[in-house]
Design a protein. Structure first.
Length: 157
């Protein structure tokens, strides 16, 4: 498993890459950058990319996710649907489809994720994070918690 420092570096690189790509896209397409469009595109891109990464090895992601997600522990099939939910939410943000409902669903998912991570961290569990699927061996840590809190904040505003 990667160290916390390496995990943090990977997450920062992923998030900054997506952010800068969206900035460049908006600058190119509209010749200006509106914060609302940037936020919606960024949220959509992150959810879509992270969802697709989970599909790389859906079975392995499901095993990782079921160890800490409070819903997947009780309803294992949910872990197989989760990446598709993320991808659909991401596309909805990008296409501006029913944004108020999409934000509510995202807020619910992020709260569930935050609670799941906090419970696992308090229990002292040494688990892998499923945020980037099984592609990277990232530990479930404050990095995961921070990512979920930022996504919650962005979907709320």
């Amino acid at each position: 498993m990667l160290s916390l420092q390496k995990s943090l570096i990977i997450m920062i690189i992923c998030i900054l890459s997506v952010y800068l790509t969206n900035v460049l896209y908006l600058k190119y397409k509209y010749n200006k950058i509106e914060n609302k469009k940037l936020k919606l595109n960024f949220m959509g891109s992150i959810l879509t990319i992270f969802g697709i990464l989970k599909l790389y090895n859906l079975e392995k992601f499901s095993q990782i996710f079921q160890k800490y997600d409070i819903i997947s522990k009780n309803i294992p099939i949910y872990s197989y649907f989760y990446p598709f939910i993320e991808i659909l939410l991401g596309i909805s943000y990008i296409k501006r489809y029913r944004i108020p409902k999409v934000k509510i669903i995202t807020i619910i998912l992020m709260i569930i994720s935050i609670v799941s991570v906090i419970i696992s961290l308090i229990a002292g569990a040494n688990l892998r994070c499923g945020c980037l699927g099984s592609f990277f061996h990232i530990p479930l840590s404050y990095v995961t918690l921070t990512e979920n809190i930022i996504m919650l904040y962005m979907s709320y505003n």
